[in-house]
Design a binder for this molecule. Structure first.
Ligand code: GDP
Ligand code: FE
Ligand code: FE
Ligand code: FE
Length: 197
């Protein structure tokens, strides 16, 4: 396994794993390790920093199992967009979780933090690292849904087309289920889907 340089986290990988495992139930802890492994493979393929891919994969759901009140407090404490209080864990754990990660894990690398921030909704601008985390979360080996094989193939062939594929399919899923659409999800759709053919 990979040894961290200590440029991006004050912890060794083992120390980081311990901190994450204290935040997550076993099934979720297993998921983040599969996302890490998937992200490392993609980073090697696409020439992205493997250490950043490992860290971002491991921490992307760091805040997923926090109580709502932690997010509400953080939205005020960090003076985030006040409209965030009208959303829920699905949106908070990435966007607000990114702030908790800086404070609690001492990880400040903007590219890693943005990859966490954008992992659920995407964003109109995403670095290759952010695209990789977005896709790794969607296609990690335990994911099983109609279209996952197509998503895996696209991810191995063309990252931008894969991002477009996930964005479109997630939006269709949300619409079909009468879910509220977070505005950033629409931005992501407009930036990635129409020109993807
Ligand atoms: P996970 O944390 O590994 O389970 O995966 P994600 O962070 O990618 O997604 C968390 C949840 O957010 C999923 O159930 C998505 O369908 C949901 N989600 C993504 N975008 C939106 C949105 O715009 N609105 C709502 N209501 N939910 C969304
Ligand atoms: Fe997530
Ligand atoms: Fe996701
Ligand atoms: Fe995840």
């Amino acid at each position: 396994t990979i040894t961290y340089s200590d440029r991006y986290t004050p912890d060794s990988r083992d120390q980081l794993l311990t901190k994450i495992s204290r935040q997550l139930k076993p099934a979720r802890f297993e998921h983040v390790q599969r996302v890490e492994a998937t992200a490392i493979k993609l980073a090697k393929q696409y020439g992205v920093n493997v250490e950043k891919a490992s860290i971002a994969g491991l921490i992307h759901d760091y805040a997923k199992q926090r109580p709502d009140k932690d997010f509400i407090d953080a939205i005020h404490r960090y003076k985030l967009d006040p409209d965030l209080v009208n959303w829920n864990n699905a949106i908070w754990h990435g966007v607000v979780g990114a702030e908790l990660i800086k404070t609690e894990l001492g990880i400040f690398d903007e590219e890693i933090i943005d990859a966490v921030r954008f992992h659920t909704t995407g964003n109109r601008y995403m670095t290759k690292l952010a695209q990789i985390i977005y896709m790794a979360d969607y296609i990690e080996p335990a994911r099983d849904f109609d279209g996952v094989e197509k998503a895996r193939l696209l991810t191995s062939q063309n990252l931008a087309l894969a991002v477009a594929y996930q964005t479109k399919h997630t939006l269709m899923y949300l619409l079909t289920n009468n879910q509220r659409i977070y505005p950033k999800t629409i931005d992501t759709y407009n930036a990635w889907v129409p020109q993807s053919g």
